[in-house]
Ligand binder design. Structure first.
Ligand SMILES: Nc1nc2c(ncn2[C@@H]2O[C@H](COP(=O)(O)OP(=O)(O)OP(=O)(O)O)[C@@H](O)[C@H]2O)c(=O)[nH]1
Ligand SMILES: [Mg+2]
Length: 341
């Protein structure tokens, strides 16, 4: 039992080999994603968003069926659909208000146009986000990864490392989750899988000291990218948030300008709770981007829209499964197309 749990938790991607090039050296990896890979991800994203689409776009189609005009009853039904898709009350109200304004100004009069309007409105919300920080001239480029327990931090780190490796960058992983037994080994397994070295100390060590060591090694080796794993913590636990602030300070002191990214991992299946997690983490350590995981198999994918609208923190990555290739950088148009198609 424990053994099978261990493998499920630690080795989700061992079921099949990571896609093609990841088994080779960085030199024989393609520089950028091929058009086929992009299309493939779109199809899998579409598949992953199936439950969200059923609870949102398909339900919208049902209520529009046979309706000739946009009346209060239709708007009430639409409001309910938006709220139950986890778009959030505030964002739902804003969307409904925009629709009402357009109806009043006679810019919108039939339910078919309503769907197009919502597509455009949602795209506008997702596109209004500030741009994600990009890997620039800084070396090492430091990414600190944070979030509550089990949201997918370590898995996301492995997948992001694979993306950077594919671009020919050297990547160092830092095991600053010294709290959970087996967390270090889990990161080491990802390190082996994506050919990235891991800096670690023993379980129970001070996470700030591990982060310091990791940056020290990266500076000495002139490493391109450093990704720091941290322990999962409930955003409501003040002492654990203070510990995270200390890790953040240590990184800042050791490497001026770092961390260049503070990536908050949020689990889409937690719906609206993800928004309150984001608020608390942002207040503590100034989150620069969000990785939204587990969009596959949840009907709560609408939370991507709520998060973007309410927090204005860029959605940087989306995760749609446990495999190495089940992560991509967020693209508003691709996301909305996959949702509405
Ligand atoms: N379906 C699905 N599962 C995912 C995704 N991302 C991560 N997981 C799974 O979620 C589980 C937890 O992932 P971890 O990466 O260990 O999460 P964590 O945040 O590092 O967990 P702690 O270190 O315990 O706080 C694992 O079984 C992962 O395979 C995703 O996008 N989709
Ligand atoms: Mg972890």
């Amino acid at each position: 039992m424990i053994f099978s749990w261990f493998w499920k938790k630690m080795m989700p991607a061992s079921k099949k080999k990571p896609g093609g090039s990841m088994t080779g050296s960085p030199d024989d990896m393609a520089e950028t994603e091929s058009p086929e890979e992009g299309r493939d991800f779109f199809q899998r994203l579409r598949g992953g968003l199936a439950k969200t689409r059923r609870g949102f776009v398909s339900r919208m189609d049902t209520i529009f069926l046979g309706k000739k005009e946009i009346d209060d009853e239709l708007l009430e039904e639409l409001e309910e659909i938006l709220i139950t898709s986890d778009i959030g009350v505030r964002t739902t109200m804003e969307l409904i208000n925009h629709v009402q304004e357009k109806v009043a100004r006679k810019l919108l009069n039939n339910p078919h146009q309503l769907k197009e309007t919502l597509y455009e409105e949602i795209l506008t919300i997702l596109r209004a986000l500030p741009p994600s920080p990009r890997i620039a001239d800084q070396r090492p480029y430091v990414v600190m990864v944070v979030g509550v327990n089990g949201v997918g931090k370590t898995t996301t780190i492995g997948k992001i490392a694979a993306i950077y490796k594919k671009q020919g960058k050297d990547v160092l992983l830092v095991a600053a989750d010294t709290f959970r037994a087996a967390a270090i080994e889990q990161l080491e397994i990802w390190g082996e899988r994506v050919h990235a070295q891991v800096i670690k100390q023993k379980t129970g060590s001070d996470p700030s000291a591990v982060a310091f060591d990791g940056l020290d090694a990266a500076q000495a080796r002139n490493t391109d990218v450093v990704i720091i794993d941290t322990a999962g913590r409930l955003h409501t636990k003040v002492n654990l948030m203070k510990e995270l602030e200390k890790v953040h300070r240590t990184i800042k002191n050791k490497c001026p300008g770092a961390p260049h990214e503070v990536l908050l991992v949020l689990d889409a299946t937690t719906g609206q709770n993800a928004i309150s997690q984001a608020r608390t983490f942002h207040k503590a350590i100034n989150v620069t981007g969000i990785a939204l995981t587990k969009l596959d198999g949840t009907a709560k994918g609408g939370v991507a829209v709520g998060i973007s609208n309410e927090l204005k923190i860029p959605l940087q990555y989306i995760g749609i499964g446990e495999e190495t290739e089940d992560l991509d950088t967020f693209d508003a148009k691709v996301f909305v197309d996959a949702l509405f198609s």
